[in-house]
Design a protein around this ligand. Structure first.
Ligand SMILES: C[S@@+](CC[C@H](N)C(=O)[O-])C[C@H]1O[C@@H](n2cnc3c(N)ncnc32)[C@H](O)[C@@H]1O
Length: 405
């Protein structure tokens, strides 16, 4: 590309992509939508207060348009989406809406698709991954449409360069109306980039963050995580308490886009880094019976500098008492094993009842968050101010109980 055409291209990217607000969609696990709305509102307020100087005059802060089961639609500028990817704890991914059109046939779809200035969105040689879902559309063959889009993108953007990041294009068709979106996040946001290996039935980080928020966990609060597995709750609480942004240890798809504002991103990331606070004492007590999960957990917190706030110990939950913890009574969070691993569902429920009895006996005055299958909560529980929330985990409908012990 000559210098003149590069400048013209950069101007088009600035005008069409960087310099105006776009419509975005935060994909959120069902049950966490309202928490994510709260996060978006808090982030928007923070952006407006803290960085008016870095915002282009046309850019708006995050403007929520609608909330539905599994997602939130909002308008924002691309720079705000860098912040959303970096900071949101409960969103799974953030999609950028590229276009919307009606198409009743492949040829109409093709015409509309080629009208999109793809070169402004995606870099040449990028690795597209196309996911298509059609419902009540005359173009009903989703796989055939995905194959065509992949080959059209290769025509537009040139042969794939394996060193580039994958770029996920989502196409959703409903009644012959198609919405084309790009995944700004890359890997799902529950992959925080600091865990290696996986334990037994780990909970997703986004759900763990959601459960902590539901229970009112705030920076500096004591947390007891006595069936920690690989420590998802503990790591989320440690990151909250040390003000480490959820996406601080990972990378995002937007950094490979032609619109990528590297200096602005570096500035945002380094300012977030300056906000991280060291802990003056350990306030997160993580324990489990399983030494393999604990070893993984210890390696992960060592790597990500969380040892100053987390104390991991191999211990049976039934041996612990709230009196063992110095300082304020805080939150005890549990994701006990259930179902198959304990043999059958009755044993799982009986184990759950024993856990609740033990909590009542030894953790008086503590806040409780416990996540388990819905029918476990049909028994009479000995706690106060109980609230139940529906959530989904690994395709299962579960409930989270928030209570005072
Ligand atoms: C569903 S897993 C928890 C997964 C964890 N939330 C994570 O994200 O990795 C249940 C955990 O409870 C632990 N566990 C079961 N019985 C226990 C007991 N009596 N004391 C301590 N841990 C126990 C298991 O070893 C397992 O790691």
């Amino acid at each position: 590309m000559s210098d003149i055409s590069r400048t013209a291209f950069e101007k088009r990217v600035k005008r069409r992509i960087v310099g105006k607000p776009h419509s975005f969609y935060a994909v959120v696990a069902p049950g966490l939508e309202e928490l994510c709305v709260d996060e978006l509102k808090a982030l928007s307020a923070e952006i407006d207060i803290r960085s008016p100087e870095t915002r282009s005059p046309e850019a708006k802060s995050i403007d929520i348009k609608s909330v539905e089961n599994g997602g939130i639609e909002f308008d924002a500028s691309l720079a705000d989406i860098y912040a959303a990817n970096l900071h949101l704890r409960t969103a799974t991914r953030i999609l950028m809406r590229v276009d919307e059109f009606d198409a009743q046939s492949f040829s109409k779809f093709e015409k509309e698709f080629f009208n999109i200035p793809w070169e402004l969105y995606l870099a040449s040689g990028c690795r597209p991954e196309v996911s298509v879902k059609c419902s009540k559309c005359r173009i009903y063959h989703s796989d055939a449409l995905a194959d065509r889009i992949t080959s059209w993108l290769a025509d537009i953007l040139g042969p794939v360069d394996e060193t580039k990041k994958k770029q996920h294009i989502f196409v959703r068709g409903n009644n012959d109306n198609f919405v084309i979106s790009l995944n700004t996040s890359g890997e799902p946001l529950y992959k925080r980039g600091l865990k290696e290996g996986s334990g037994m039935a780990p909970i997703r980080e986004t759900l763990a963050a959601g459960v902590l928020s539901m229970a009112g966990y705030i920076e500096g609060m004591t947390l007891v995580d006595p069936m920690c597995g690989t420590g998802t709750f503990s790591i989320e609480a440690a990151m909250m308490s040390k003000r480490i942004p959820a996406g601080y240890f990972r990378d995002f798809a937007f950094t490979d886009w032609p619109s990528f504002m590297e200096r602005r991103w570096e500035h945002m990331r380094s300012r977030a880094g300056e906000g991280i606070i060291p802990a003056d004492k350990k306030i997160i007590y993580a324990s489990d019976l399983d030494s393999r999960s604990l070893d993984l957990f210890k390696r992960n917190i060592e790597k990500s500098d969380l040892y100053d706030i987390v104390l991991p110990v191999q211990m049976d939950f039934f041996e612990i008492s709230g009196k063992n913890f110095s300082g304020e009574k805080g939150l005890i969070v549990l994701n006990p094993p259930y179902g198959k691993r304990l043999g059958n569902i009755y044993q799982g429920k009986q184990f759950f009842i024993n856990v609740c009895r033990k909590l009542k006996l030894d953790f008086k005055g503590w806040k409780l968050a416990i996540i388990a299958p819905g029918d476990f909560f049909s028994v009479r529980l000995p706690f106060k101010e109980m609230r139940l929330h529906d959530v989904f985990h690994g395709g299962l409908k579960l409930k989270v109980l928030i209570a005072n012990i």
